[in-house]
Design a protein. Structure first.
Length: 161
C-alpha cells in the first residue's frame, strides 16, 4: 500500500470521490502544511493556521496508479483558482499535491506541466506541489462525512488525459 495526499477544496466531497476509486483502500480527511500543531477545524477556518484541508488516500498501486489518482485529483476541482473552490474561499481550500516520495513529486510535476501546456484548462494551474508534512487527522465527525449521510460527492470528476 502507498499513500497520496491531495487538497482540492472542502475535504468532504474530495474524500467521497476518492473513496469510490477501485484500488483505494482507505481515505481520511485532515489538515496539512500549517504552523499549528494538532489544529482543530476551528483553527483551520480562521485562515491563520496555514493548513490546507486535505485527503490522505491509501491505495494499492497494483490496482490504481498514482498517475491515475493525479488525473482524478485534477479533474475533481478547478486548479486554476487560488485559495478558492466554488463558494469556499481561504488558504485552507487551496489546490495541492503533497508528495510522499521523489517519484510522486516527478509524476505530479510532469502532469501539471502537461496540463498547463494543453487546452484542458483556460488559465494557469496554481496547484502547489510540496512534500507531505505531518497529517493532522480531522475530527471524527468530518471522516466519511458524505458517506455516512448518504450524500454523493459534490465533486464530479472531469476526464483528464
Amino acid at each position: 500500500m502507498e499513500k497520496a495526499t491531495f487538497g482540492a477544496g472542502c475535504f468532504w466531497g474530495v474524500e467521497e470521490a476518492f473513496r469510490q476509486v477501485p484500488g483505494v483502500a482507505e481515505t481520511a480527511v485532515g489538515y496539512m502544511g500549517g504552523t499549528v500543531d494538532s489544529p482543530t477545524y476551528e483553527d483551520v477556518c480562521t485562515d491563520e493556521s496555514g493548513h490546507a484541508e486535505v485527503v490522505e488516500v491509501t491505495f494499492d498501486p497494483s490496482k490504481v496508479s498514482y498517475e491515475q489518482l493525479l488525473k482524478i485529483f485534477w479533474g475533481l476541482h478547478d486548479p486554476t483558482t487560488l485559495n478558492r473552490q466554488g463558494p469556499d474561499i481561504g488558504t485552507q481550500y487551496r489546490s495541492g499535491v503533497y508528495y510522499h516520495n521523489p517519484e510522486q513529486q516527478e509524476q505530479a510535476t510532469k502532469l501539471k506541466a502537461k496540463l498547463d501546456a494543453g487546452e484542458h484548462f483556460k488559465r494557469p494551474i496554481v496547484t502547489e506541489i510540496e512534500p507531505a508534512k505531518t497529517f493532522w487527522r480531522a475530527e471524527d465527525y468530518h471522516q466519511k462525512y458524505f458517506h455516512r449521510r448518504g450524500i454523493p460527492s459534490c465533486h464530479i470528476p472531469q476526464p483528464i488525459d
